[in-house]
Design a protein around this ligand. Structure first.
Ligand SMILES: [Zn+2]
Length: 235
């Protein structure tokens, strides 16, 4: 089996499911994240949203409105199977490689480039816990990236950030910086684990607060790297 047919075989299951979902949902309210089916621009056959290729005629499809999880064939949630994410991404990237479209029509070339751009965007967002959390909160109706989207910042979060920032400012040796770095990394791991619980419980208020905390911690971790370089330059 070549890469494309192997890919199609695996995706067929998804499409059958999508058709079943579509049929079952005709009377129901459309839940976000459910797969919907649209007609292939080339053969008019059914293509599930998020599928890069038509399962009938193999024509590359427009990226459409699929969310990042649908695009990479992953269930929507903060906890993701990173091995599945990597595998799906590199497989699709290969299938969308410009070399494969060298002899295709301009329309197909353009669509494959649009698909590749959307695929990269989805991958970059989902592989990073902070970007993934913000994106997921957004999908769930909370615009955490907007100014004031999180509401007032929890004083505890501000205190923690300030305290760690002071420790970093006072760090005079590589060891001091390493201590702050280690603490920041530990807090980041804790924060990500708490984010997972918050999303699992559909607690968007808690998730939004933790996203703010994670932003501070990530910025601090970046600053510890800068501080280490600064100390090295001085010595
Ligand atoms: Zn088709």
């Amino acid at each position: 089996m070549n890469a494309t047919s192997e890919y199609s075989a695996k995706r067929k299951v998804t499409l059958v499911q999508a058709k079943a979902d579509g049929a079952a949902r005709r009377d129901a309210t459309e839940a976000p994240g459910d797969r919907i089916v649209q007609a292939c621009w080339s053969c008019q056959g059914p293509v599930a949203v998020g599928e890069p290729f038509c399962p009938s005629c193999k024509a590359v499809q427009p990226p459409g409105q699929a969310d990042h999880f649908q695009r990479l064939g992953l269930p929507r949630g903060f906890e993701i199977d990173t091995a599945a994410l990597e595998k799906s991404y590199f497989q699709m990237q290969r299938l969308l490689h410009p070399d494969r479209f060298a002899t295709r029509t301009p329309k197909e070339k353009t669509l494959s480039q649009q698909q590749a751009t959307s695929l990269n965007d989805a991958y970059e967002t989902l592989k990073d816990p902070l970007a993934r959390a913000a994106y997921l909160a957004n999908l769930m109706g909370r615009d955490v990236l907007k100014e004031d989207g999180n509401g007032p910042v929890d004083p505890m979060i501000l205190m923690e950030a300030m305290e760690m920032r002071e420790a970093l400012a006072e760090a005079e040796t590589a060891e001091d910086v390493a201590t702050v770095t280690k603490r920041a990394q530990g807090e980041i791991a804790d924060c990500e684990s708490e984010l997972s619980d918050a999303f699992a419980a559909d607690d968007l208020d808690q998730a939004a607060a933790l996203i703010t905390r994670l932003k501070y911690l990530r910025k601090l971790a970046d600053d510890t790297r800068a501080r280490r370089a600064e100390l090295r330059g001085r010595g």
